[in-house]
Design a protein around this ligand. Sequence first.
Ligand code: FAD
Ligand code: UDP
Length: 394
Amino acid sequence: MFDYLIVGAGFAGSVLAERLATRSNKKVLVVDKRNHIAGNAYDHYNEEGILVHKYGPHIFHTNSKDVFEYLSDFTDWRPYEHRVLASVDGQLVPMPINLDTINKLYGLKLNSFEVEEFFASVAEQVPVVRTSEDVVVSKVGRELYEKFFRNYTRKQWGMDPSELDKSVTSRVPTRTNRDDRYFTDTYQAMPLHGYTRMFERLLDHPNIKVMLNTDYHDIIDFIPFKEMIFTGPVDEFFDFQYGKLPYRSLEFKHETLNTENYLAAPVVNYPNDNLYTRITEFKALTGQQHPKTAIVYEYPKAEGDPYYPVPRLENAELYNKYKKLADETPNVHFVGRLATYKYYNMDQVVAQALTLYKKLTATPTEEASKLRKPAIVGSASIMDKLVSRDPAKP
Ligand code: FAD
Ligand code: UDP
């Protein structure tokens, strides 16, 4: 008998499993249909022994002391401030756009004050900033928008920035100083031994069982539990009854190169050329020393694993219909990037999971919730798949 069935071993599911098991002594079963824990943050050593992120570059950054301190119980950290160059007009220039970007791009020697005046002179008047196009043209004008944002966004999302909510391009600031860091958060670091190791420690508790290679549909009628925490796509949970929520997918093309270093920066963005959006060199993120290097190309796709909710009004409206259903579903709690259809970073998902944990333990749901009776009591083969000590092993 499990107190909780948790669907998904990513940040949302694993943080809740850890809290419920260690703080509330709950018996938890975590299932994931993939053959590994850690969700999209999963990393592993490739065939050459280089630590790579299977689902694209994951850089940890947060302003939340609580989130950082919480995760610090499960990992040591390597201080790391992320930097990105964009390939524009045949040059590699800092992204986000800053003073050096403008000077290099146009062969100028402006100072911060002058570049601010420059932005003001090219910025377009936008009465109400609503879309991802509005955000950029109202700050840096149309030319820079077209060089850095328009085509990247079209490639990444399969639609024009004018069709996307302002929150998308608002993720990337514009600067008048020389700060070339991608993020300015208080805490910026990579888990010293990688994300998967951190997840192994999150899930390493006798009250937590992990079942991999398992879609929850395949076990739900066989394993008794009281409540469910669902971190997969919310529309799928409800059998797409209002239609599909759009998610953007990616294809990751991993390569190992017979050279020690490859890129001029940890990530290089290609707004205008190529079918991929960016290339990442993992050793720059992890600090690993190795005579070879591993890179990944990201090719955006409409179909495939759901990686990005697509922030735009009509999708938010459709999500709200699913949210209403979710709110009305007793003893099932929806959390995480796919289940709440939010373009969340890792730290935001951790914060959301910690908040849900507080909510779950603040209300006396146990008496109210009825025991969910299994159709058949767990068969030996299903129970055999349960592991508690070594969740990373497929
Ligand atoms: P997920 O990690 O998606 O976990 C959900 C899990 O549920 C999955 O493992 C899935 O297999 C499982 N599941 C779904 N349906 C079922 C089912 N029916 N049965 C069983 N299991 C199921 N964030 C940052 O902070 N910094 C970054 O640099 C960053 N880079 C990113 C780069 C890319 C390319 C992507 C796609 C995301 C990036 N993110 C980044 C976001 C980060 O990946 C997410 O915020 C985080 O991983 C979400 O965690 P989650 O638990 O909500 O979802
Ligand atoms: N973006 C862009 N050009 C860039 C970098 C980002 O147009 O060089 C836009 C694009 O729409 C992208 C969004 O800003 O999807 C957010 O960028 P971020 O780097 O945060 O994307 P993520 O890492 O989540 O894929």
